[in-house]
Design a protein around this ligand. Structure first.
Ligand code: DUC
Ligand code: ZN
Ligand code: ZN
Length: 643
């Protein structure tokens, strides 16, 4: 069954283009110039809306046991809330606690998530104890389980903490097996001293959570993590939940030096402050206890983090979604801030909150989509299956209404929390139900649908971004492996050696990415006739110009006509040249085998356009435009939501 989304403006890495999107089954089949799509198929009117790839939240903690309790969102409630906010994939963290077997931890998280999710999901692995066994397990997870990113903690001594030697060993292992190390960068040993000193002075209020985790100790840990990654021959390093200007400077310096270092921030660090939230009267501030902590409004953290997002020193916005109810959970820390479970819930609001940056002129539309979807897909091996509106990609499509309104608050949100960290930040709006054709995939509908079996879809592409020397070094490794074991063993595909923002250094000072860095490509038309991007009905926000506040998720479309339980698992994708370019490597044979030729209907947009005498627009942004260095053999597995 096919569905044509008409009248919308597709936002891709290279800009906003009015286009119609044809969905075939669960896959984007083709993209047409407005009005040029096939007749006689079901349509979904997206006039006035942005058509964007479903959001990917690369940092969530559903059901995480923490501080004597557990995060209040289950995979059921959390993923339903995510879908309501335009996020269609999460990458959650499975946990190995100190002394546990890594594989057991992963199995436990599969049990929690299996059959309970409303959107697609994948896992990173938290290593709570680095030793010979867990190092071996890293290889196995990369090779067999589709887990290609491992999180370590420089904080939380006695719980998740790894010392420098353990970190170095894990990084060396990651360097060898092609995984990425994600780092919670705070000096937890020093923080614990400050906490004890504060408590002994009787300083027990929530604000002391922030005061005892000073910016200097985040910057120091970030610096140390970067140094250790350098010693581990430039193991790819991804700093999670970066909150502070000085930590950002460390990341920027490493990137300026051509290092393989990336970072994410989260909405709470872009909007909330130590004084206004964490310092709220009485125990109220407990609602905003999270680590890394909120920073002072008397410094320039918000400004610097937005700038980092523009310049790509911050590549991704995730949520670190780790909600706890105020009643009974946050209250565990009454009289002792160190006992307040750490975490803020926000999985439902990330897409909106980052879009607010577009409204405020701090971010371009393209950069919005990159930071919430495209770059996380690239970083964690999901691209181009996810993170882009392109032929062959999963039809995880969000229709976003720039004139809509969402009121964020406990009365309207879907997260399992008894308060909202962003209470009242928006004006009222309502979810617009999507059309009947898409209803089976509408999150609102799925909430009542029975949960079904979960299938696994191996994704062959393990992509990450490298630049400069790091890229060349990795390329060298790739060719070495090719020579040693044949091309399939390398699992690598050479790209063009750019990083995800592709803006280069000048980009850092360039305000928004618009016009910075590499030249933007116009949309191309099958048959070689260029069609410049046209301005549609949808306003394209310009930096510095205030837009009407709002935009809201109008619909999440995941066409699921393949109801018999048979999912399309890859195979050649529409746009054959791109298939060959992006997917023909022997290393990806597994995907091709899995996809086989079952029940697929490949629509070549070029041919389709020619047949009808129309132009079929092919948006830039997948294989041909993207500078991807596919790294060693890991296949990130993404689990499909219940059908
Ligand atoms: N930070 C949080 O705020 N919660 C969970 C774990 C973490 O690192
Ligand atoms: Zn963390
Ligand atoms: Zn986290």
């Amino acid at each position: 069954m096919t569905l044509l989304i008409t009248g919308g403006t597709v936002i891709g890495p290279s800009g906003a283009v009015p286009a119609d999107v044809l969905v075939d089954g669960e896959t984007i089949a083709a993209i047409f110039a407005p009005g040029a799509g096939p007749a006689g198929v079901e349509t979904l009117d997206a006039t006035g809306k942005y058509v964007i790839p479903g959001g990917i939240d690369a940092h969530t903690h559903m059901e995480l046991p923490f501080g004597g309790t557990a995060a209040s969102d289950t995979f059921d409630t959390g993923t339903r809330a995510a879908a309501h906010g335009g996020t269609t994939t999460i990458i959650d963290f499975a946990v190995q606690r100190t002394g546990e077997v890594v594989q057991d931890g992963l199995a436990a998280w599969h049990t929690k998530a299996g059959g309970n999710c409303h959107i697609d999901y994948a896992f990173h692995m938290i290593l709570g104890g680095v030793d010979d066994d867990s190092l071996k397990a890293m290889d196995q997870l990369v090779a067999d389980e589709g887990v290609t990113s491992f999180k370590l903690f420089m904080a939380y001594p006695g719980v998740f903490y790894s010392d420098d030697g353990q970190i170095l060993r894990a990084m060396q292992k990651a360097r060898d097996n092609g995984a990425m190390i994600m780092m919670h960068a705070e000096n937890g040993i020093a923080i614990d001293v400050l906490i004890q000193q504060a408590l002994s002075r009787g300083e027990t209020d929530p604000i002391h959570h922030g005061i005892t985790r000073p910016e200097a100790l985040e910057a120091e840990a970030t610096h140390r993590a970067i140094a250790l990654a350098e010693v581990a021959q430039d193991c790819p390093l991804y700093i999670v939940h970066l909150s502070a200007s000085r930590a950002l400077e460390e990341v920027a310096a490493a990137r300026d030096a051509g290092r393989n270092v990336f970072a994410e921030t989260c909405p709470q660090y872009l909007y909330l402050t130590l004084e206004d939230q964490l310092g709220a009267p009485g125990f109220e501030g407990a609602k905003w206890v999270c680590s890394t902590p909120l920073r002072s409004k008397h410094e320039n953290h918000h400004r610097d983090l937005w700038k980092g997002l523009r310049s790509n020193d911050l590549a991704v916005v995730s949520t670190d979604h780790c909600p706890f109810c105020f009643k009974d959970q946050k209250e565990l820390g009454l009289g002792d801030f160190s006992k307040i479970p750490n975490g803020i819930g926000g999985v439902e609001h990330r897409v909106d909150l980052v879009y607010q940056g577009v409204v405020d002129g701090k971010l371009s539309l393209e950069r919005w989509v990159e930071t919430i979807a495209t770059t996380p897909a690239r970083m964690f091996g999901l691209y181009p299956r996810k993170g882009v509106i392109a032929p062959g990609s999963d039809a995880d499509i969000v229709l976003y209404d720039p004139n809509g309104r969402t009121r964020i608050g406990v009365e309207t949100h879907h997260m399992n929390m008894d308060y909202s960290a962003y209470e009242g930040t928006r004006s009222p709006a309502r979810w617009t139900p999507c059309c009947p054709a898409a209803r089976s995939s509408c999150p609102a509908a799925r909430t009542t649908a029975p949960r079904g079996a979960v299938s696994t879809c191996p994704v062959a592409c393990r992509a990450t971004w490298c630049d400069g020397d790091a890229y060349r070094k990795a390329l060298h490794r790739w060719s070495l492996r090719r020579r040693q074991r044949g091309p399939a063993a390398a699992g690598l595909r050479p790209g063009h050696g750019r990083d995800p923002g592709r803006g280069g250094r000048g980009d850092r000072r360039g305000g928004t990415r618009r016009g910075a860095g590499r030249p933007r490509r116009a949309a191309r038309v099958a048959g070689g006739v260029a069609v410049p991007p046209r301005r549609g009905d949808v306003p394209v926000p310009r930096p510095g110009r205030r837009q009407p506040q709002g935009d809201r998720v109008a619909a999440v479309v995941r066409a699921r006509q393949d109801r018999g339980g048979r999912r399309r698992r890859g195979g050649p994708r529409a746009g054959e040249h791109r298939v060959r370019r992006g997917r023909a490597a022997p290393a990806q044979g597994r995907l091709q085998r899995a996809g086989g030729h079952r029940g697929r209907r490949v629509l070549d947009p070029a041919a389709a356009g020619r047949r009808r005498g129309h132009h079929a627009v092919q948006l830039p942004g997948d294989g041909a435009d993207v500078d991807v260095l596919q790294r060693a053999g890991g296949r990130q597995h993404v689990r499909a939501q219940a059908q």
